[in-house]
Design a protein around this ligand. Structure first.
Ligand SMILES: *[C@@H]1O[C@H](CO)[C@@H](O)[C@H](O)[C@H]1NC(C)=O
Ligand SMILES: *[C@@H]1O[C@H](CO)[C@@H](O)[C@H](O)[C@H]1NC(C)=O
Ligand SMILES: *[C@@H]1O[C@H](CO)[C@@H](O)[C@H](O)[C@H]1NC(C)=O
Ligand SMILES: *[C@@H]1O[C@H](CO)[C@@H](O)[C@H](O)[C@H]1NC(C)=O
Ligand SMILES: *[C@@H]1O[C@H](CO)[C@@H](O)[C@H](O)[C@H]1NC(C)=O
Ligand SMILES: *[C@@H]1O[C@H](CO)[C@@H](O)[C@H](O)[C@H]1NC(C)=O
Ligand SMILES: *[C@@H]1O[C@H](CO)[C@@H](O)[C@H](O)[C@H]1NC(C)=O
Ligand SMILES: *[C@@H]1O[C@H](CO)[C@@H](O)[C@H](O)[C@H]1NC(C)=O
Ligand SMILES: *[C@@H]1O[C@H](CO)[C@@H](O)[C@H](O)[C@H]1NC(C)=O
Ligand SMILES: *[C@@H]1O[C@H](CO)[C@@H](O)[C@H](O)[C@H]1NC(C)=O
Ligand SMILES: *[C@@H]1O[C@H](CO)[C@@H](O)[C@H](O)[C@H]1NC(C)=O
Ligand SMILES: *[C@@H]1O[C@H](CO)[C@@H](O)[C@H](O)[C@H]1NC(C)=O
Length: 454
């Protein structure tokens, strides 16, 4: 009887004092707190097992610790499942963080602190982890290959640290991964081919590192991929045509690498593409006419490459286009009349190419145009009157062409000073030797004030 009573008592107390189970977690957090440089961080004042230490926290007892502590979240069984210590002025390392005490953790968020040192391989103990965000700290060393053991991981966010070394191929084991950010670090080596099988990936950002090698062609198999940011690296080789299979892709940023070869025709198949930025590479050959099929495209920027040939007239079908930049290439021929169909276009940069012929009068249909930059080409003939209708136009740069203004007797024989004095309605900023930039308050005066270089 007594035994039974004792047993029942023991049994009941197991339920009444559930916090017993979380004590190791509390002690692990306190041990870590003690290892931080700024232990007196007021944000962590609730992290204490001393009931008298914070009298305002009246309902806190050691029994509920650490579930009532700042940034700590528990499940119904008083087991810690989330640690959110973002923007909490943490200053220290993870060396004394006992990962093995948090086997039920699903979220670990340490964004925007001052945590330094390496990411310990012991992180493998967080086997239920779904969400890991260590961004904006000072983590150094390599990304531990043990991260590949976190089978449930859906978000891995490590940007803006000092991580170096290769991207571990073990990331290819994270079959549920949807969101991968390792940008703004010092990572080197190539993009692991192993990532090709992560068909849940939605966003990938590896930009602003020192990555080399080819873009793996198998990335074209990632059917859910919506954003691929690989800019500011040292990637070489050509753009894989397989990327054209990314039918969900909205953003493709490959600028500032050392990519060569042609722009694949297949990119014209990416029906959802909104932004295509390929500038600052060594791409050559012509601009594929297929790009004219990208009906959602808002930004097409291929500046600073060695592209040649003509602008395909099919680009006049890009109804959504807001910004078109072809500057600093070797493009030639005439500016296609169909460009005048781009009713949403705000910025047209065609400078530093070899365009010839006249400026199409149809550009006067570009009612949204704010900037028209055509300097350093071989354009000839008059500046079309129709441009004077463009009410939003603020910046027009045309110097270093072969434009004539013979039709406009207003200009003949006027030195620049007279033009400015005589037509001072517009606000004119920047009068340099050999080139001019105009900001026009009164678009109608545009045709009177714009001309060629001296
Ligand atoms: C981490 O814990 C060890 C003992 O486990 C201790 O020697 C060391 O000083 C601690 N590091 C910090 C930064 O507190
Ligand atoms: C007591 O803890 C609460 C909750 O963390 C905190 O808001 C409050 O500032 C603390 N008070 C003192 C005096 O540390
Ligand atoms: C402690 O008190 C606060 C404020 O009264 C309340 O929101 C919170 O739920 C309480 N926590 C527990 C574990 O009882
Ligand atoms: C974590 O905390 C930050 C800042 O307090 C907040 O913005 C963010 O939404 C939180 N994250 C989660 C998953 O609750
Ligand atoms: C972190 O702590 C160290 C040592 O106390 C100190 O030198 C450093 O300035 C601190 N960093 C920040 C951002 O507070
Ligand atoms: C990608 O990385 C760059 C560089 O760190 C950053 O500026 C940009 O905001 C990131 N974009 C996304 C969508 O992650
Ligand atoms: C790219 O590689 C060149 C030499 O191959 C090097 O000079 C340059 O710093 C590298 N740039 C980046 C961003 O890694
Ligand atoms: C893409 O997937 C297909 C079928 O799922 C497969 O046959 C092909 O090898 C994959 N391509 C790459 C480059 O991995
Ligand atoms: C695109 O995918 C199809 C099948 O899904 C495949 O047959 C084709 O080879 C892929 N195209 C490229 C360029 O990889
Ligand atoms: C554009 O798409 C149409 C229909 O989807 C297709 O017939 C045509 O070949 C494509 N144009 C180019 C230049 O790829
Ligand atoms: C586009 O421009 C061309 C040439 O100006 C014209 O023939 C064509 O009808 C225009 N298409 C659309 C859809 O406006
Ligand atoms: C423009 O240049 C091309 C060669 O690039 C030439 O065939 C064509 O006749 C030129 N057109 C004009 C109007 O100068």
């Amino acid at each position: 009887m007594l035994m039974k009573l004792l047993f029942t008592f023991f049994y009941i107390s197991l339920f009444l004092i559930p916090a017993f189970a979380s004590k190791p977690e509390a002690e692990a957090l306190l041990k870590w707190k003690t290892s931080l440089m700024n232990q007196n961080n007021p944000l962590l004042s609730s992290w204490s097992l001393d009931p008298t230490s914070n009298l305002t926290w009246t309902n806190r007892t050691t029994d509920t610790a650490p579930c009532t502590w700042y940034g700590v979240h528990c499940n119904d069984h008083w087991v810690v499942t989330k640690l959110n210590l973002s923007v909490s002025r943490l200053n220290g390392t993870l060396a004394n963080f006992t990962f093995s005490s948090f086997t039920s953790l699903t979220h670990l968020e340490l964004r925007q602190n001052d945590v330094f040192g390496s990411i310990p391989g012991e992180i493998r103990h967080l086997s239920k982890l779904v969400f890991l965000d260590l961004s904006g700290n000072r983590f150094s060393g390599t990304i531990p290959q043990e991260i590949g053991m976190l089978m449930h991981l859906e978000t891995l966010s490590l940007p803006s640290n000092n991580l170096e070394g290769h991207i571990p191929i073990s990331l290819g084991d994270l079959s549920k991964l949807g969101y991968l950010r390792v940008d703004d670090n010092k990572l080197s080596g190539s993009i692991p081919q192993e990532l090709e099988i992560l068909d849940n990936l939605v966003k990938v950002n590896m930009s602003f590192n020192f990555l080399t090698g080819y873009i793996p062609s198998g990335l074209g198999n990632l059917s859910k991929l919506s954003e691929l940011h690989l800019f500011l690296n040292n990637l070489t080789g050509s753009i894989p045509p397989s990327l054209g299979n990314l039918s969900s892709l909205r953003i493709l940023y490959l600028y500032m690498n050392q990519l060569s070869g042609q722009i694949p025709d297949e990119l014209g198949n990416m029906k959802d593409l909104v932004q295509l930025l390929l500038g600052h590479n060594q791409l050559m050959g012509s601009i594929p006419a297929s790009l004219g099929n990208l009906s959602k495209l808002e930004i097409l920027d291929v500046h600073e490459n060695i592209l040649s040939g003509v602008i395909p007239q099919e680009l006049g079908k890009l109804d959504s286009l807001v910004q078109l930049s072809f500057s600093h290439n070797e493009l030639s021929g005439q500016i296609p009349v169909s460009i005048g169909n781009l009713s949403k276009l705000e910025q047209l940069f065609l400078n530093d190419n070899q365009f010839n012929g006249s400026i199409p009068k149809e550009l006067g249909n570009l009612n949204s145009l704010v900037a028209l930059i055509l300097l350093i080409n071989r354009l000839s003939g008059p500046i079309p009157d129709s441009l004077g209708n463009l009410r939003k136009l603020e910046q027009v740069v045309l110097h270093d062409n072969k434009l004539s203004d013979e039709d406009d007797s207003f200009f003949n024989g006027f030195p620049w000073e007279s033009v400015v004095m005589g037509y001072g309605f517009g606000m004119l900023i920047g009068l340099g030797i050999g080139w001019l930039v105009f900001y026009l308050g009164q678009p109608r005066w545009f045709i009177r004030i714009t001309v060629l270089a001296s």
